[in-house]
Design a protein around this ligand. Structure first.
Ligand SMILES: [Fe+2]
Length: 181
């Protein structure tokens, strides 16, 4: 048996605000919605996805009350195809009043942008770098750099860190480890 990550369901205060943000800004589509819970105390669940492999990747339930800080989840993360997608996301997020904490961070194995959604949940949008490097790592990267300059800069930031090397070698190693379990 192998468990693969599939989706997250989060409690929200304002379903419309959250659905608008996750569709307009992050590019999700609503795939289903409807009431759940016992009669008289129904709540609504809204399912969102942007891939053809999962009915939902994120779902919201309007069950969050008050102004309490986000729960035990630190952040949810979405992978994009390439670095241009991450740059595009940064410019989409920049200047929005309902988004806070926009931070371009590289872990050496990823170029990410971290931010807080309209209800203060932590979100990461990232793309893979060509490398693996022992984690945790986290340094700023400059979205204004072109691809060539960014690759050079990231290599300079992490090249001397433990296990730095091509990502393919890391995945091969992991595949062998999993096979031998
Ligand atoms: Fe992450």
């Amino acid at each position: 048996m192998q468990l693969r990550w599939a989706h997250i369901v989060i409690y929200v205060r304002d379903t419309k605000k959250m659905v608008d943000f996750y569709t307009d800004v992050l590019g999700f589509e609503v795939t289903d919605r409807g009431p759940i819970g016992p009669e008289g105390r129904e709540r609504e669940i809204v399912f969102l996805s942007q891939v053809d492999t999962d009915h939902h990747q994120v779902a919201f339930i309007n069950a969050r009350k008050g102004e309490e800080p986000p729960n035990s989840v630190d952040h949810i993360a979405f992978r994009t195809a390439d670095i241009n997608d991450v740059r595009e996301m940064i410019s989409k997020l920049s200047g929005r009043k309902d988004v806070s904490g926009i931070s371009p961070i590289t872990h050496g194995n990823a170029w990410s942008v971290y931010f807080r959604d309209p209800e203060n949940n932590g979100v990461e949008v990232f793309t893979d770098t060509p490398w693996h490097v022992a984690q945790p790592q986290g340094q700023a990267w400059d979205p204004a750099l072109d691809d060539e300059a960014l690759i050079k800069a990231t290599k300079a930031q992490f090249g001397a860190e433990p296990e730095f090397g091509p990502i393919e070698a890391f995945y091969e190693r992991r595949a062998a480890e999993l096979k031998n379990r």
